[in-house]
Write a protein that binds this ligand. Structure first.
Ligand code: PGA
Length: 271
């Protein structure tokens, strides 16, 4: 690809919102470090300068791939942001098998997903733990992507807004104001994740408006205007654009549709 400099490939703010779009690939427990390198190399080959200018692209591989991708991005000057999927809330200590936010920061990680529904529901992470993790991420100079969203049962009980607010509240309380304006909130209805049934983009836009109203109520409008809200849950080539065009949606958090470089490049280019 031809471009003048890496600065040429920095994502531009969306003229409609003034915020920079963020499209994040959550690979979950997929791709070993060799597959990860091959995937980003293919993606880099397929994407064009306009794709990078349209949105910042973060890649969230398993922990074991982070060092490989850090070096690959640097060596080939790939304009991707490095992301992680989780971290421990403590800076260090006797926590066998865990990884701290500080360790991730040293690897050049820019964004860390916290409170993904697979961690809340599969690993029993509660709202206070998620808030501690978000605070640890911010304290290490990275940006937390805090996932929020209701289950199908909560939705049926008309409790979606209440659930999302109860997930957000401890995070807002745990983060210093300066870090709050950089926060990314991923609205991911649990029933939409990996199900093939995405939310309606209008409903996602409504939830983004509710999230901003709630944040504004707690910490003021300048912060609620600055935070970015992603949508996640069964995003694919056929619907990515409709979510990105929905009012107040600043990006996407994408699971299975981000694993194959060719399909993911088409998704980004179609958005
Ligand atoms: P999905 O996952 O795109 O496969 O539905 C999204 C997520 O869990 O972040």
């Amino acid at each position: 690809m031809s471009f003048r400099s890496v600065a040429d490939l920095i994502a531009r703010p969306n003229p409609r919102s003034g915020r920079v779009r963020l499209i994040s690939a959550n690979w979950k427990m997929n791709h070993n470090h060799l597959e990860a390198i091959a995937t980003v190399q293919k993606l880099f080959h397929l994407l064009r300068p306009d794709d990078y200018r349209f949105a910042e692209l973060s890649i969230h591989p398993p922990f074991t791939d982070l060092r490989s991708l850090q070096l690959t991005f640097e060596a080939d000057r790939m304009p991707f942001s490095l992301g992680a999927q989780n971290c421990h809330e403590a800076p260090s200590g006797a926590f066998t098998g865990e990884i701290s936010a500080r360790m991730l920061a040293r690897l050049g990680v820019a964004y860390v997903i916290v409170g993904h529904s697979e961690r809340r529901h599969g690993f029993g992470e509660g709202v206070d733990l998620v808030a501690k993790k978000a605070a640890a991420v911010a304290e290490s100079g990275m940006i937390p992507i805090v996932c929020v969203g209701e289950t199908a049962t909560e939705r049926a009980a008309n409790a979606s807004i209440e659930v999302v607010q109860s997930q957000l509240d401890p995070v807002i309380a745990a983060l210093p104001v300066a870090d709050l304006s950089r926060l990314v909130i991923a609205y991911e209805p649990v029933w939409a994740i990996g199900s093939g049934t995405p939310a309606d983009p209008d409903d996602a836009a409504q939830m983004a408006a509710n999230i901003r109203a709630f944040v504004s109520d707690r910490v003021g409008e300048p912060i609620s205007d600055a935070i970015r809200v992603q949508y996640g849950g069964s995003v694919g080539i056929g619907n990515a654009k409709s979510f990105l065009e929905a009012a107040g949606i600043d990006g996407l958090l994408i699971g299975s549709a981000s694993l194959d470089a060719e399909k993911y490049a088409l998704l980004i280019q179609g958005a």
